[in-house]
Design a protein around this ligand. Structure first.
Ligand code: GDP
Length: 140
């Protein structure tokens, strides 16, 4: 059975444009509940660590620079089949390829400044949640 929690980041392009509420509304309307949330400025080391899987990609330094360019909002989301549900409402990585009504289609600026991060598996969701939250910070 798919787990019912996933991890989300509202990225700096969204906080800069005051879209935290707009993004959260779309997540909630997709059937996800915010059970933990905090706004913070990632350090370079945190962003490097979080995106370590992309360290060899040509866009890695740009991505780390972007993710540290302003505040982010890290969230734990709960809902049936949470990882898939969140990926569906996020839309494709490149907003040009994202489906109508998805967060990235409606709000993203570019393939990099694409408004939201969402875990891509239950295993990564658990790792990413633990990266930012203590268990007692998650309250349904
Ligand atoms: P996601 O799971 O849809 O977020 O996509 P990935 O895990 O493949 O990439 C992680 C993040 O790196 C994306 O959300 C983008 O912010 C950024 N990214 C991905 N592909 C590119 C690219 O080709 N160019 C740039 N500049 N950034 C990218």
């Amino acid at each position: 059975m798919a787990a019912n929690r996933t991890f989300s980041i509202i990225k700096p392009d969204a906080t800069r444009r005051n879209l935290t509420g707009a993004v959260t509304k779309m997540l909630e309307e997709a059937g996800l509940r915010v059970v933990a949330s905090k706004r913070l400025l990632l350090s370079t080391a945190q962003a490097e660590d979080f995106y370590a899987v992309h360290a060899e990609r040509p866009f890695y330094r740009d991505l780390v620079g972007f993710m540290t360019s302003g505040p982010v909002v890290v969230q734990v989301l709960e809902g049936d089949d949470a990882v898939r549900r969140n990926r569906d409402v996020m839309g494709a990585t490149n907003p040009a390829d994202a489906g109508a009504g998805t967060i990235r289609k409606e709000l993203a600026e570019s393939i990099e400044a694409n408004t939201v991060h969402g875990s891509d598996s239950d295993e990564n969701a658990a790792t990413e949640i633990a990266f930012f939250f203590q268990p007692d910070e998650i309250v349904g």
